[in-house]
Design a protein around this ligand. Structure first.
Ligand SMILES: Cc1ncc(COP(=O)(O)O)c(C=O)c1O
Length: 388
């Protein structure tokens, strides 16, 4: 078969993947400081949390492309928790935010057109755009004590740009978009006719940010989409439920909802059981969210205590989210460092280049790792990085 050019060219697995495969095959244990799956991180879940999926109402299949009204209402109600006013008619359900990215690219872009994506950020953008035949054009985030958007790199966007993607808080830099950035970006979107796509999956997990800006689409003056989902909001990636708030001027919003309805109707990918269960999952999932929040706070505090003992390393502030970033001496480069760490200390961290950091050496780790396991392994990681 000749695969289409939407798929990446086949390439040999990288050195880290090969080393990990060997360790796994030989059954050698290692400490995984990249664990970002909450269901594998020792978070406690109410045992019967998923019981509502088996509700009687789920036996009936009467699909609604944008989602069943009870589920859309539950999502709108959940936004009130953060003080945002959302009409259930603005809510679109999908199986995940990743799927919604694909739908939004179908809605907004012709083949070959561009969308602006933050760099550094979440590596999945490369695939999400490519699979939709869309070009991802990076704009820069710069670190000056906090991560800020380089607005000149946004303004330099190509003429065929259709949307600007914001991730707030961003993965892995942990930075929320600031009010000043929102103003500048909204102005650019209005002037250039771009839609604003805001990935707010980590919005509930504020850490160093005192009053983070969230729920951008709810009050946007331009066509905007705010995405969230059960995978982060209530720690349930396996139930496959994402949601998007469509905001902005009435006529744009109505056209976007009409387009999304057609796209969603083509797939009808959100299961009835998860929609029937959504009100309960979002309400009772608050306990899981609180447990995850407590975990990431505790692990960040442990990271600070450990980093204080290694003055050659710089733990970057984390405004929100589930990831931490530490800058370490760049003596031999990130790849040699992470491979050596795995070989000699049996510790896995991610290198900054996975996320397109502009220079070396940054290590990225998950704040979901239990604090006691984390503290010892992080201390060994920093010691190793300094000695390397
Ligand atoms: C910033 C960001 N957006 C979206 C996702 C995907 O979420 P979902 O499970 O809803 O597809 C992730 C997953 O890690 C993420 O980091």
């Amino acid at each position: 078969m000749r695969p289409s050019s939407r798929l990446p060219r086949e390439s040999a697995p990288n050195a880290l993947t090969q080393r990990l495969d060997r360790l796994r095959q030989s059954g050698t244990p290692y400490v995984d400081l990249t664990e970002s799956n909450p269901t594998r991180a020792g978070i406690s879940y109410p045992e019967d949390l998923l019981a509502p999926l088996a509700g009687k109402a789920a036996l009936r299949y009467e699909p609604q492309p944008l989602g069943l009204s009870g589920a859309r209402e539950a999502v709108a109600l959940d936004y009130a928790r953060r003080g945002a006013r959302v009409d259930p008619g603005q809510v679109v359900l999908s199986a995940s935010t990743s799927e919604m990215y694909g739908w939004l690219f179908k809605l907004l872009c012709d083949a070959g057109e561009s969308v602006l994506v933050p760099r550094p950020s979440y590596p999945l953008f490369e695939h999400l755009t490519r699979l939709e035949n869309v070009r991802a054009v990076p704009y820069r985030l710069e670190y000056h004590g906090r991560w800020e958007i380089d607005l000149d790199s946004v303004a330099a966007a190509p003429g065929d740009t259709r949307a600007l993607l914001l991730v707030s808080p961003n993965n892995p830099t942990g930075s929320y978009v600031s009010p000043r950035e929102v103003e500048a970006i909204t102005r650019l979107c209005r002037d250039r006719g771009w839609a604003l796509v805001v990935d707010e999956v980590f919005a509930d997990y504020a850490l160093d940010a005192a009053s983070p800006v969230t729920d951008l689409a709810a009050a946007a003056g331009v066509l905007a989409f705010s995405m969230g989902g059960a995978s982060k909001s209530v720690g349930l990636p396996q139930v496959k439920l994402g949601w998007t708030i469509v905001g902005g001027p009435e006529t744009d919003r109505a056209a976007a909802l009409e387009g999304l309805e057609l796209i969603a109707d083509t797939f009808l990918s959100v299961s009835t059981p998860v929609q029937v269960a959504a009100p309960d999952l979002l309400r009772r999932g608050a306990a899981v969210r609180d447990a995850i929040h407590a975990r990431v706070r505790g692990t960040l505090a442990a990271a600070r205590r450990v980093a204080a003992g290694h003055p050659a390393c710089d733990l970057l502030p984390v405004e929100g989210g589930w990831s931490g970033v530490v800058r370490v001496p760049a003596t031999h480069g990130e790849e040699a460092l992470i491979l050596g760490l795995l070989r000699d200390e049996r510790i896995l961290v991610h290198p900054g280049y996975f996320f397109d950091f502009e220079h070396e050496a940054f290590l990225v780790f998950s704040l979901l790792v239990p604090e006691d396991v984390f503290a010892d392994a992080f201390d060994r990681t920093l010691r190793y990085a300094v000695a390397a």
